[in-house]
Ligand binder design. Structure first.
Ligand code: IWH
Length: 325
């Protein structure tokens, strides 16, 4: 390693750590000016030595000329669609079917908000983000890697702990969304520029990801929460949904702090009630909560019906009354 190569690697390590603290942990330990100083130092180094630029360099989040179109991507593992439930009885029936299917008298569920954004699949090779694809029809989606790289909450490189191996291949599923306050700010901005406004944060996020010019995507404030694993090679992942979520947290992937692990139908309904009460004050829009059987072995035992899993369901809230402007 030459001296400048080592210096660039050290700067990238620091900038990754500070960006994680700022965007994912919401707990910066250095002033913005310090981040900016190091960022500019890396930029100068890369300008003087272009061979030092790496795919995971924070200077490469926004780059490249606009694309003529999006390439299509075939998902290694189809992106699921969830069955919906609206009534409490549907949920007690869901839990009963599962208990009977497993021959268990109580089942542990991993539960979380159902974000009103866009499903996204991220592929990391040896810890470096190499591809991002939309759901599309579940089997084939669009390659939106350039645009997703501009989302600051999505790490360009997974956090590596001393002596802990990273997967050679990891496919992360999650939701790209826009927080309510960033949505309002964007619409104010659009109005000031005489441009069209967006009907809701989901449309704003979709419109921002559909841009062929990633500089426009970079100007929108998108967020991301990881919620599942599709493929993992090179290391053995945890054997439960909640274990994977905790693991993702150690890798520097943003995990929603409202998620939980509950027991049985009453645990599910208590969670639905609790999140329903918090919903208006959440910083992002949700259209329900998602319940998943926690154990992967139990998920495999239950399998799927057509394209939707028997082991998961979305419990939806009534449509929210129109936002009072
Ligand atoms: C000039 C400047 C530099 C950086 C930032 C925001 N920010 C801060 C940090 C930090 N404090 O750890 C890390 C990444 C980052 O993007 C702003 C708003 C303005």
């Amino acid at each position: 390693m030459t001296q400048v190569t080592e210096q660039a690697a050290q700067l990238r390590r620091l900038l990754h750590q500070y960006a994680l603290e700022y965007y994912v942990l919401d707990n910066p330990t250095v002033p913005d000016a310090e981040y900016d100083r190091l960022f500019r130092q890396l930029q100068a180094l890369e300008m003087a030595h272009p061979e030092l630029v790496t795919l995971d360099s924070p200077t490469q989040r926004v780059g490249g000329a606009p694309l003529p179109e999006f390439a299509s991507v075939t998902h290694r593992v189809p992106m699921l669609s969830l069955n919906n439930a609206f009534e409490d009885d549907d949920i007690t029936a869901f839990d009963r079917r599962i208990r009977e299917g497993l021959g268990q008298d109580e089942v542990t569920y991993d539960v979380g908000p159902k974000f009103d954004g866009l499903a996204m699949s991220l592929t990391y090779e040896n810890g470096v983000l190499v591809q991002a694809a939309t759901r599309g029809d579940g089997a084939t989606g669009e390659d939106v890697t350039r645009n997703v790289r501009t989302i600051n909450a999505i790490p360009l490189r997974l956090q590596q702990r001393e002596g802990v191996a990273l997967p050679s291949l990891l496919e992360v599923r999650g939701e790209v969304l826009m927080f309510k306050k960033d949505f309002e700010r964007l619409n104010d901005d659009q109005t000031a520029k005489g441009l069209k406004t967006f009907a809701n944060p989901r449309n704003a996020a979709a419109g921002s990801l559909r841009q062929l010019d990633s500089r426009i995507t970079a100007s929108r404030r998108l967020a991301f929460f990881a919620y599942g694993i599709a493929t993992c090679e090179g290391v053995t992942p945890p054997n439960s949904q909640s274990g994977v979520m905790d693991w993702f947290g150690t890798l520097g992937l943003p995990i929603c702090k409202e998620r939980d692990r509950v027991q049985g139908a009453e645990g599910l309904l208590a969670y639905y009630q609790r999140i329903g009460e918090k919903r208006p004050s959440l910083p992002y829009e949700i259209d329900g909560v998602v319940y998943k059987v926690d154990s992967f072995a139990q998920q495999e035992e239950l399998g799927f019906v057509s394209r939707a899993p028997r082991w998961a369901i979305a419990h939806k809230y009534p449509a929210q009354e129109a936002l009072t402007i």
